[in-house]
Design a protein around this ligand. Structure first.
Ligand SMILES: *Cc1c(COP(=O)(O)O)cnc(C)c1O
Length: 450
């Protein structure tokens, strides 16, 4: 059985189920596998013939051994992944992978869909209902709400900043009802996150079983390794290393690629571009880590993260230790990190220009997050040769989520995918609250009693 240990090194190792339910380790570190399970080269080669959900099974079964039976896991995977994953040719062996065809049109559906099913599975075993509490700046809340909608024994409460979430993002959460409650906070995303964190630490709420679904949870991370295997299985020859460019905020998506690589996927380079929140590229260059406080607002708003929580995991992979405040307790091996990882900061001006140039040159549409990935790839090409290696640029959201930006650049609004169009016309239902923790605690107590 695979055990998970905390990046802070002060908590006991736990199994997948324990890591899943805890989210954060008791020493405030993040869980990582003690040892990464390995996929043999011929297992990876065999993925070329398999549909996505069977690749998901092949990867995730290495972690669920002794926790979820293979028969049950196969059903969860088939059930979770039933949407297309387009790989569009940009030029030569350079491809765009669109992870935007799930129920809420962002890559966060990949993790949320699987995590909800695993939660449901664990609940069937031990029957204790849970309340999932999450703060969102948009995409996480809608992906989590959709994934958990109708899962028996789970209640979801999503907090979002009323003025910082777009109309389509809001409607993807507020039109669901049933076991999903959404609370609009008169405040900023940081206020929502602070309220959720206080609730988790509040002794007066100990009688309410709370759980989290944010990107610190290992249950979010593992499913995000699968699409790297998928892309390579379609584009790389057996054993051939692939380049990936991953637009990064909290670095959960990038950590998915690291997990894949640690399990045996041949990777030539991981490109992890960020927007104006440039703490990581500066750290990679200098070895000094200064989080960006407060975080900077950029076009790629799902990446407005001043202190990416998953950096603690990345630093641990390279033999270092970073605590939850961003303090480096032990320096990672920077030479190895630089050899394998490239990062760069892409401004809003460069993001807009990338959307325009990409459209002009290839007639393919990007939204701001994918544009950061593309520009990051170009920045890397300026310093290292690609050769004839395959490369995959990750597009993490549907252009229809950013209609104004896309229209400004290419002159027309993007098509709205059916899942989003349906939500636009449904009636909304959400609660509204000041950014006041006392009121929020009262709300949680009342809802729990109801
Ligand atoms: C969350 C998100 C990202 C950033 O992913 P991280 O795992 O936080 O690095 C990028 N693009 C979109 C559209 C997102 O929703």
């Amino acid at each position: 059985m695979i055990l998970f240990r905390s990046t802070n090194g002060q908590a006991p190792a736990v199994n997948l189920r324990g890591a899943f339910h805890a989210g954060l380790a008791p020493d405030r570190g993040l869980y990582l596998p003690e040892k990464f399970p390995q996929l043999a080269p011929d297992e990876i080669t065999a993925f070329a013939q398999l549909p996505y959900h069977e690749i998901a099974f092949g990867v995730l079964s290495k972690f669920t051994e002794g926790i979820i039976s293979n028969r049950d896991l196969a059903i969860l995977c088939r059930d979770a992944y039933h949407f297309p994953i387009p790989l569009e040719k940009i030029h030569d062996r350079v491809f765009l992978m669109r992870l935007d065809q799930g129920p809420t049109a962002s890559f966060k559906d990949f993790a949320a869909q699987m995590m909800a099913r695993m939660f449901g599975h664990f609940l069937r075993d031990d029957g204790r209902p849970v309340t999932i509490l999450t703060a969102t700046s948009g995409d996480t809340g809608s992906a989590v709400a959709h994934a958990f909608h109708g899962v028996p024994g789970v209640r979801v409460i999503v907090l979002f900043p009323i003025a910082e979430v777009s109309e389509s993002q809001r409607k993807l959460m507020t039109t669901l009802r049933d076991n999903i409650r959404t609370v609009a906070i008169d405040g900023k995303f940081d206020d929502c996150q602070a309220m959720v964190k206080r609730a988790f630490a509040d002794p007066d709420l100990k009688h309410i079983p709370l759980s989290s679904a944010n990107s610190i949870n290992i249950g979010r991370l593992l499913p995000q390794s699968v699409y790297y295997f998928y892309a390579a299985s379609r584009l790389a020859k057996p054993g051939e290393p692939t380049v990936f460019s991953i637009p990064s905020g909290n670095f959960g998506d990038a950590m998915g690629a690291v997990v894949a690589r640690e399990m045996g996927l041949p990777v030539k380079k991981l490109i992890v571009p960020v927007n104006d929140n440039d703490a990581f590229p500066k750290f990679l260059a200098s070895g000094h880590y200064d989080k960006v406080v407060p975080s900077r607002n950029s076009l790629s708003n799902a990446m407005n993260v001043g202190h990416p929580s998953n950096l603690a995991r990345l630093v641990a992979i390279y033999g270092g230790q970073m605590d939850e405040t961003g303090k480096i307790r032990k320096q990672p091996v920077l030479t190895a990190m630089r050899r394998e990882v490239f990062s760069t900061s892409v401004s809003d001006a460069r993001t807009r220009a990338a959307i325009r140039d990409f459209w002009t040159k290839y007639q393919l549409l990007l939204e701001p997050h994918g544009a950061v990935a593309w520009q990051g790839f170009l920045d890397w090409l300026a310093v290292e040769p690609l050769g004839d290696a395959p490369a995959v640029i990750i597009e993490t959201a549907n252009p229809a989520k950013f209609p104004e930006e896309v229209e400004k650049v290419v002159g027309w609004p993007p098509d709205v995918p059916p899942a989003m169009a349906a939500a636009i016309n449904l009636p909304e239902d959400f609660d509204r609250m000041d950014a006041d923790y006392g009121k929020f605690r009262e709300y949680l107590v009342q809802r729990h009693a109801a």
